[in-house]
Design a protein around this ligand. Sequence first.
Ligand code: PLP
Length: 457
Amino acid sequence: MKTIIEPFKIKSVEPIKFTTEEERERILQEAGYNLFLVKAEDVLIDLLTDSGTSAMSAKQWAGIMEGDESYAGARSFFRFEKITKELTGFKYIIPTHQGRAAEKILFTIVGGAGKFIPNNTHFDTTRANIEYSGAEAHDLLVPIGKDPSARADFKGNMDVDALEKFINEKGKENIPLVMITVTNNAGGGQPVSMENIRATKEVASKYGIPLFIDACRFAENAYFIKKRERGYQNKTVKEIVQEMFSYADGCTMSAKKDAFVNMGGFLALNDDMIAQNARNILIVTEGFPTYGGLAGRDLEAMAQGLEEILDEHYLQYRLRSVEYLGEKLIEAGVPILEPPGGHAIYLDAKRFLPNIPPEQFPGQAIVAELFKVGGVRTVEIGSVMFGKNEKRTGKFIPSTMELVRLAIPRRVYTQSHIDYVVECVIEVFNNRSKLHGYKIVYEAPMLRHFTARFLPH
Ligand SMILES: *Cc1c(COP(=O)(O)O)cnc(C)c1O
């Protein structure tokens, strides 16, 4: 088998800035050791997120010029609507400025006090929008999905038995919809099998509850199904995507992921009443139904991106390039969440730095050191993000996992960039006995990870 190569050539480039280790130490200090507070231009390789960071294709950029900026009934909307309908099969396609705007509209309509929304794992903005409406968000991931070292093909699956029990416990009348997130971003970018989507739909249908897909990485999920699930090897990704959506009654989408755009999203669904309500809210909060929160050119780029994402050479390269990074790290003995996900590699900071306790943020120690050693920006997904101090006693409650995410922007970095990242991670790993923990010296009352400041412990 030959090397799987980037299925594109480079037409336009953006220089990246090199800094010295001394400069990076100063930058870190000034930023309170929080990489969210570091200027992007001081970062050499930016693996903070895969959201909105994709490189657009020449055809997408051409679409930017082609975009129809008419207020109502723009051609770009109809192109976007047609492509999205063909992929999802849903009756109503409602553009929004990004994924969370679609979530906000959906849960404003179906959420509220006394309601419960189950999901394999809610992404943080989904959970926040559900809770903001007054409803409760519950994660019902299969148990193996919670074990970072267990290898399985579909660690993003819904625990279908737990779902049925949950529906019986809470009452079907209190569950406006069941959600399933493909791939499971908060759980390591792990895929969900077709069988599991089907089984989830069966349980939901049995109780008359609609199923919605959080579809941000629908194409990566479909390619995992093609590679790993029996009976799908000879189907096209497009057919697999269409089958995935055929079991659902609607979806929310952040086009900043699997539609290769820097901004965009949509809500799509079949229910007439919800759609009518959603469009009314859309007009108040986002814009007229044929543009949502977007410019005509954004709709054009999104439509083009939704066509390009189905390219199987791209998807093969995409999953392989993430797996390549994972394999190199595993070979060097670096503990990661296994198997590699679709859009990111997650270092397991608990096993990486067993001597640094969760209250001293081992993930943050790795994040800071990776930047110092190589100018690589990553993000802690552990006790900085999810840890809490109990209100009454001040007792520290850690996150269940201590992870560092290396998210790979789409079509942005080449294999040599990834080789460089591997070298940096291995260097940090080999020096792990010299690393120290951190303490928080400033934190905001909510979502503290974005603005917290740290000092070495
Ligand atoms: C990114 C993401 C969202 C939110 O989308 P935004 O465009 O960032 O608002 C929702 N769900 C999942 C799984 C995501 O990855």
